[in-house]
Write a protein that binds this ligand. Structure first.
Ligand SMILES: [Zn+2]
Length: 516
């Protein structure tokens, strides 16, 4: 029997369906898709889960405003997310919805587990709640006048009898876990944030609400529903169930748990890095291996917001520039983890300089010379020796790219690849293969072109997780048609492939964008 492939389980957040998907959700999901594709390329058995978080007060209100039953509202918005992921070429394996019947069963089973382990108690809650965060706040979390610093809306006071989870009880265990697993929360500045929260002291939080009808009913008290975050985090578990599985936590976790990495925005770090691991500890389940919190996006240096009209519409962006341009821009422009800015000018500049000029021109010039002078066919001649002297650099690029990708340094990985693109362009220009041909130095011209094709093939391997359509197009122009076979990490490195390139006609894969 063949050895079982190593598994890799990656999740995007389950997006809140109070509104249509925005560019922030698109950015997170593109990054997840890129990592998932990279792991598949390396031969892992990957499960990439995304989905929607569909319960809570805010969604109940959004539906009411639109005069829709809450479930109809959720179905509509969940469909819009799926549509956007299709447009962005997001290849997810599971779409987890928290209104699914399976999810409800998993949440109730989990609650009973925590309850039977003695980690649920009844008490009065009196305090503040930000509906937009769906989170309990204390005054020190808020700005003057109880304004939420994230949402700029007023947190509401409420008083209820609720069931609580004793988060404070897990303080030391969580601290110890962070200590023993330095890579658990990433990047390191997010880890420091979490350490700060633990040092301030963790507060128990209600896991049920009396006044929120749109939620999963509490197994021990039907007058209450389960608090939306206690419910939503379990979407990473319930969404793993197969169609024929009996819905149980055990069945859900059997193939892909523990999660390799939860990718999230920094605004929901507390839920993933504090609440979630403590909930799992209480239930006696393994913790995820990593939580990675990326930064916020701004537009033209300003915070994006509907009220100010300062937004980037993902649909418009795809419509105007195409899927791969959008995927490439955000992953190349912004250091993954840090905050980043979008501007139309930087978008156009980025695509023109990196894709149309540097990569596109190299490909085009090479293919044109091969087609014009060698009938589209170039053979590898080991006796010719190296002409470009970039074999070692290509192999080093592959190695460094791999290291960056494994650390989730997506921008760094692309920077490493583009350094090779630039070097190749430079050496190619200096060698002037068109002149070599004219001067009848055919053997030298041939190896220059062969080596450039070989570098382009390696570049395809590195960019295919980022811009899969473009990588496929280039591979086809290089004369490969069995892409599944050729786009495999085993083929990465210098001359690990066929000894003859039979190329196709060169067509620009990225036309220059006009300044408008
Ligand atoms: Zn808030």
């Amino acid at each position: 029997m063949a050895a079982r492939k190593k598994t890799f389980y990656i999740t995007s957040p389950l997006y809140y369906v109070n509104d249509l998907p925005h560019i922030g959700s698109a950015y997170t999901t593109i990054a997840c898709d890129c990592i998932a594709r990279y792991k598949r390329l390396q031969g892992y058995d990957v499960c990439f889960l995304t989905g929607t978080d569909e319960h809570g007060q805010k969604i109940f209100k959004s539906a009411k405003e639109k005069n829709l039953p809450p479930k109809d509202h959720c179905d509509y918005i969940a469909g819009k997310f799926q549509e956007l992921w299709r447009l962005l070429n997001i290849k997810y394996d599971k779409f987890s919805r928290t209104t699914s019947a399976n999810h409800g069963k998993i949440v109730q089973e989990f609650f009973k587990l925590v309850h039977s382990n003695g980690d649920i108690y009844e008490a009065d809650y009196e305090g503040l709640y930000c509906e937009a965060c769906e989170d309990f706040k204390s005054e020190k979390d808020l700005l003057e006048g109880n304004i939420c610093p994230i949402h700029k809306t007023k947190a509401q006071e409420y008083k209820e009898k609720n069931y609580f989870f004793p988060l404070s009880k897990f303080e030391e265990r969580l601290l110890k876990h962070l200590d023993q697993n330095p890579g658990f929360i990433q990047p390191s500045y997010r880890r420091n944030e979490v350490l700060g929260w633990i040092k301030e002291g963790l507060k128990d939080f209600p896991v049920s609400r009396r006044s929120v009808p749109w939620g999963i009913s509490l197994p021990i008290d039907s007058t209450q529903t389960i608090y939306v975050w206690f419910d939503a985090l379990l979407g990473y578990v319930s969404g793993l169930l197969g169609d024929s599985d009996i819905p149980s936590i055990e069945n859900a976790l059997k193939n892909y748990w523990p999660c390799s990495v939860h990718i999230i925005g920094k605004d929901i770090l507390r839920f993933h890095a504090v609440y979630w691991p403590c909930m799992l500890m209480s239930a006696g389940l393994p913790l995820p291996e990593k939580v990675f919190g990326h930064g916020f996006l701004t537009k033209d240096g300003e915070k994006m917001g509907k009220t100010t009209g300062n937004i980037v519409d993902p649909y418009e962006l795809i419509n105007e520039f195409g899927t791969d341009a959008v995927r490439f821009y955000f992953l190349k422009e912004i250091a993954f983890g840090k905050d980043g800015d979008y501007s139309r000018q930087s978008f156009i500049n980025r695509i023109n300089s990196d894709l149309a000029n540097n990569l596109g021109n190299l490909l085009n010039r090479t293919l044109n010379l091969v087609n014009k002078n060698f009938n589209g066919e170039i053979k590898y001649e080991s006796s010719a020796g190296e002409t470009l002297n970039l074999a070692e650099k290509t192999n080093l690029t592959i190695k460094n790219y791999e290291k960056a990708m494994d650390n989730l340094e997506l921008k760094d990985a692309l920077d490493i690849v583009w350094e090779l693109v630039d070097s190749t362009n430079r050496v190619f220009n200096n060698l002037e293969p068109w002149k070599l041909i004219k001067n009848n130095e055919i053997s030298k011209a041939r190896s220059c072109l062969y080596e450039t094709l070989e570098i382009l093939r390696n570049i395809c391997l590195t960019i295919c997780p980022f811009i899969p359509e473009t990588a496929n197009k280039i591979m086809l122009q290089l004369g490969y048609d069995r892409l599944d076979e050729e786009l495999s990490w085993e083929k990465a490195g210098w001359t690990k492939t066929k000894a003859t390139y039979k190329v196709k006609e060169g067509k620009p894969v990225f036309p220059r964008l006009e300044q408008i």
